[in-house]
Design a protein around this ligand. Structure first.
Ligand SMILES: [Zn+2]
Length: 83
């Protein structure tokens, strides 16, 4: 699967891509499809903790875990090294 970009350049199909495809790119949030990460994955924790409409619940830590569980393949540390 190749990255699909919106007219503004943000990658719109991150959920179907791999970490290497989206790292440091402008990426539409794969949870809510509204928020745009200006340099994925920078800011993912803040966004998922409270703002992402695609993640349920109100506990920030649980929300972050849910976000990372669903989109684990978009993090470079998918196999456990580093952040
Ligand atoms: Zn979101």
């Amino acid at each position: 699967m190749q990255p699909i970009r919106r007219s503004d350049g943000a990658i719109d199909n991150a959920v179907h891509l791999m970490a290497r495809d989206v790292a440091r790119e402008t990426v539409v949030c794969h949870g809510c499809r509204e928020f745009v990460f200006m340099m994925w994955p920078f800011g993912w924790d803040v966004h998922s903790a409270s703002r992402c409409a695609g993640i349920g619940g109100s506990d920030p830590e649980k929300r972050k875990l849910e976000f990372k569980r669903r989109f684990r393949h978009l993090f470079r540390d998918a196999r456990g090294s580093g952040r």
